[in-house]
Design a protein around this ligand. Structure first.
Ligand code: F6R
Length: 615
């Protein structure tokens, strides 16, 4: 989603803003722009497509003395919401060469504001909701207000979720910033200050960060930052020292971030495990904080891949702990008047910690009186800060838009929660607890073995790369994984893909089967494998091309399969209970290799964003 960066007080502010924008690229965007002041004029450069186009443009303009790097600048990567992807709609947006604004989020009441501003003579040059912001600033400045007062009045006019940065020629030593539901971090320098969509985007400049809270706004000068809350009271927000994780953000010899992140799993998952299993091999999860001082049911909300992790968590928690779990899409939860009968807490799952749908679901749960907990990867993210209790996956920055190592680490925490609850409510007896914990310790090595399947997976990728549609099937724990496998494939390769519970095929989806349609099944002997094989047979009989990923016990049960990949040999219960983690690896590698075969943008697939900060 959109990213913003602003800098004041550094000689080469524009170059540093471009560096900051580079670090926001992972979020997904389709155009970019930058603005600064030079000799009482706003200079703007914008481009469509990748940031490199903007960087080249700024370089060319600089060479021709048409752009000057000065000590104030703001920049933007745009993920289009209102208006097509084109230069006119790219940010910064300006008003009468006086104000320039970059914005992330949506101004929900922009249409009525625009109408009023147009009737007052303001000329709109874009189709964006954002353009009302510079014009509103301009309007209030013309009435004699200073930049801070004008900003206050703008905030009174607008509704929505936003984070924006504004600069004004009349106050060339000030940045006005504000946030409401969209993330924004202020960075503190010496003789300079910064603002960015996340701490990472400005950590080449400082490690001292202030996260604004919802409704906050601030006036940032070179040596001074004034922050106000939504009641316009001046307020001090905590300064946090963030560790620079920049060193980790390289491809480390891999072709894509996604490939690196898939291969990192055996080395980063131990970080997740060790932060919740202490040296005595007991689980360090505070169940009281989690809302389980006594037995109740749990609601889990999430989006996309994190939602599929939640579905797998439901299977584990219900089976291992006998604790009822409801899983809901975050985007649905707060609008469906949910019943909280029998619940005392909500768990949200979010890699980024910024998904607006998920954030809103947790805020809604708070209003309903539930405790809120989260599984997040990004420390300091909005969700991480707002929940009562945050369980961090600690797998390091995930740059590829498609979630890989975050997903498997979310699963690890959900499995730990299931064991801890099972123990607390006496559903799981000691030998079982110990063996489950030992399974987690064996998991990284098992993932490494699963990664050895890559060359066979490339063969499957080549076989399905030209398909128009692909069906994924799974049963039990592997049903949500079928959904995840289909999501991964569609988002990376743009091939239509759907996942189904194997037993559901005959209730409708089987109508989709036609000659040579690839059907991919994940299968582990779990007592129900013969039923799954029958479902596969039914698809085969109607012409489907069958691809089976299965363990030794099942692999020969489908002689009709077009291609079979036998997974390495693990102990029966281990591979059965942790099958969704193990099978995630072929699902990820398959999507990755199909995308590579088709030449799509693996790390930044079209239309997608890493941090989904709009509803
Ligand atoms: C898919 C993917 C998305 C995210 C979803 C939620 O590979 O990455 O479906 O899982 O947008 O994001 P988070 O977990 O950051 O809330």
């Amino acid at each position: 989603m959109c990213g913003v960066v602003g800098i004041i007080g550094k000689k080469n502010a524009s170059s540093l803003v471009l560096e900051g924008l580079k670090k926001l690229e992972y979020r997904g965007y389709d155009s970019a722009g930058i603005a600064s002041f030079y000799q009482k004029s706003i200079q703007v450069a914008k481009s469509e497509g990748k940031l490199v186009n903007l960087i080249n443009k700024v370089n060319d303009l600089t060479k021709d003395n048409l752009y000057y790097d000065t000590s104030i600048a703001l920049g933007h990567t745009r993920w289009a919401t209102h208006g097509n992807v084109n230069i006119k709609n790219a940010h910064p947006l300006t008003s009468e060469n006086r104000v320039a604004v970059v914005h992330n989020g949506i101004i929900e009441n922009y249409a009525s504001i625009k109408k009023t501003l147009e009737s007052e003579g303001y000329v709109f040059t874009s189709q964006t909701d954002t353009e009302v912001l510079p014009h509103l600033f301009n309007k209030y400045l013309k009435k004699g207000h200073d930049f801070l007062q004008a900003g206050r009045l703008v905030l009174k006019d607008i509704k929505g979720a936003f984070a924006f940065v504004a600069i004004c020629l009349d106050f060339p030593d000030q940045l006005f910033v504000s946030r409401n539901s969209s993330p924004l971090a202020i960075g503190l320098g010496e003789g300079s200050n910064f603002v960015g969509s996340d701490a990472q985007s400005i950590n080449h400049l400082t490690n001292k960060i202030i996260y604004l809270e919802d409704g906050d706004y601030a006036l940032i000068k070179v040596n001074n930052i004034e922050i106000f809350n939504n009641e316009s009271n001046k307020i001090d927000r905590k300064i946090i020292n963030v560790q620079s994780e920049l060193g980790l953000i390289t491809k480390g010899g891999y072709k894509h971030f996604m490939e690196k992140e898939i291969y990192e799993q055996p080395s980063v998952i131990p970080h997740t495990i060790s932060s919740f299993i202490n040296p005595k091999s007991t689980i360090d999860i505070d169940l009281d904080k989690l809302g389980f001082s006594q037995k109740s049911s749990l609601i889990i909300c999430a989006a996309g891949t994190s939602y599929y992790a939640a579905l797998i968590g439901k299977y584990w928690i219900e089976q291992i702990a006998d604790v009822p779990v409801i899983v809901d899409l975050a985007s649905e939860y707060r609008y469906r008047e949910p019943s909280i009968f029998g619940q005392s807490s909500m768990l949200v799952i979010s890699q980024s910690g910024e998904s607006l749908d998920t954030l809103m679901a947790l805020r809604y749960a708070k209003k309903l009186g539930l405790k809120t907990n989260a599984i997040v990867n990004v420390e300091g993210s909005t969700i991480d800060r707002e929940v009562d209790y945050s369980l961090r996956t600690k797998v390091g920055p995930e740059i590829g838009v498609a979630s890989t190592k975050s997903f498997t680490s979310q699963l690890v925490i959900l499995f730990l929660i299931a064991i801890a609850l099972g123990k607390k409510f006496n559903n799981l007896k000691p030998p079982k607890i110990e063996s489950y914990v030992s399974y987690l310790n064996k998991l990284p090595r098992a993932i490494s073995k699963m990664l050895e399947l890559e060359s066979q997976i490339i063969t499957v990728a080549q076989a399905i790369k030209n398909a128009n549609s692909v069906i994924f099937l799974g049963r039990g724990y592997l049903y949500p994984l079928a959904l995840e496998g289909a999501l991964k494939l569609k988002e990376l390769s743009y091939i239509h893909a759907e996942g189904f519970a194997a037993g559901e095929m005959k209730h409708g989806p089987i109508a989709l089967i036609e000659d040579k349609l690839p059907v991919i099944m994940f299968l582990i002997a779990d007592g129900l494998e013969d039923k799954s094989i029958s479902n596969l047979q039914e698809a085969h009989s109607r012409g489907a091309k069958i691809f089976l990923f299965a363990d030794k016990a099942c692999i020969d049960k489908a002689p009709f399969a077009h291609f079979k990949i036998e997974i390495p040999n693990f102990s029966d219960e281990f591979k059965s209970v942790l099958s969704p983690v193990l099978m995630s690896i072929p699902a990820q590698l398959l999507a990755y290799h199909v995308a590579k075969e088709r030449g799509t943008d693996v790390d930044q697939p079209r239309n997608l964003a890493k941090s989904v900060t709009v509803e």
